[in-house]
Design a protein around this ligand. Structure first.
Ligand SMILES: [Zn+2]
Length: 329
């Protein structure tokens, strides 16, 4: 059943486990920032507004926000309206969606790469309700065979944080959803703090190889993300070749199966170059994923797959739904 605006507002004012998060409902009502209105299923007078962060690691350096920004709250309401008017079904069928997460835990503040467990589950339930959630390898195989993958969505994680194993995987198992974990192989089993985590007072930690193996045994997919999480847009060809080969060799040795899925470290447009993409292809991988937003047509080039980084900017799943309908992610 579609929810009324009042219900939507009430739902928007709370979030499990975050009593300090008081959302800006009253400001929404008085700010005069309503970006459009829904009439006959068409959203009119939409103005360009806040854009989703294009590079997840840049967003991660910003201080954590408290509450839903007013514009994003309005988009949640519009998203629910788009669902009620049937726009979701119409729009989602024509898109192949890939999503990216990094950390899922309840001890860190949410940021560009951290989601609470409740929020992660909320998004997963939304995905399951509105898409056919499939393993990434199925989307890639579909693309390679020229099969339309519209209406499908895959869930993936980058880097190899231990909370992927401890928090995210049990939620995915509970919901019966597949996912792919892209790991930077040099991080696994270490206490290394990458540059974007060096200011944290407590380190989030990486999975061990046993945990990565366990994910695979649970039916999840493991993908490559280079060995040292290097910026392939900047690195020399020799470094890129070595990073790809070492990562591939470690995954093959530790898991007993050669990886075919690859996601670019950082994943922003500047971190991807045609030369590095060619090296990824030559290294034997079957796909290349960015993480700077964008959906894909039902049949897409597997070496140019866009992924949406699901971070705190998407205040609610319905805001993400709204952005998908408006083709702004
Ligand atoms: Zn990464």
């Amino acid at each position: 059943m579609p929810k009324s605006d009042e219900q939507a507002t009430n739902e928007g004012t709370r979030r499990a486990g975050s009593p300090e998060k008081v959302y800006m409902v009253s400001k929404v009502e008085s700010a005069g920032e309503f970006p459009g209105r829904v009439r006959g299923g068409v959203i009119e007078n939409s103005k360009p507004s806040l854009s989703p962060p294009s590079e997840p690691y840049h967003a991660a350096r910003e201080p954590a926000r408290t509450g839903i920004p007013a514009k994003n709250f309005i988009k949640d309401v519009l998203g629910r309206a788009a669902y009620a008017t049937g726009l979701y079904a119409q729009q989602f069928r024509s898109k192949m969606v890939l999503t990216a997460f990094h950390r899922v835990n309840d001890w860190m503040a949410e940021d560009g790469i951290t989601s609470s467990s409740a929020r992660f589950e909320e998004f997963c339930r939304f995905f399951a309700e509105h898409f056919r959630v499939v393993p990434l390898s199925e989307q890639v195989a579909g693309c390679r065979a020229g099969r339309g993958m519209g209406g499908t969505l895959s869930i993936s994680f980058d880097d190899g944080y231990v909370d992927n194993f401890e928090v995210a995987a049990p939620i995915l198992r509970k919901l019966g959803l597949p996912a792919t974990f892209f790991v930077a192989t040099a991080f696994i089993g270490t206490d290394y703090a990458p540059p974007w985590d060096q200011k944290l007072s407590r380190r989030p930690g990486w999975m061990s190889w046993d945990q990565v193996r366990s994910l695979r045994e649970q039916g999840f997919e493991i993908g490559a993300h280079t060995d040292n999480h290097v910026d392939l847009g900047q690195a020399d060809a020799d470094v890129i070749r070595a990073e790809l080969a070492i990562c591939r060799e470690k995954l093959t040795r530790e898991l007993g199966v050669t990886p075919t899925l690859f996601a670019y470290p950082f994943g922003g447009r500047s971190n991807i170059s045609p030369a590095s993409l060619e090296l990824v292809r030559k290294a034997g991988f079957e796909c290349c994923l960015s993480a700077c937003g964008g959906v894909n047509p039902p049949v897409a080039d597997p070496f140019h797959l866009n992924r949406i980084n699901v971070n705190e900017w998407f205040a609610t799943p319905h805001q993400l739904g709204f952005e998908l309908v408006m083709r702004r992610v």
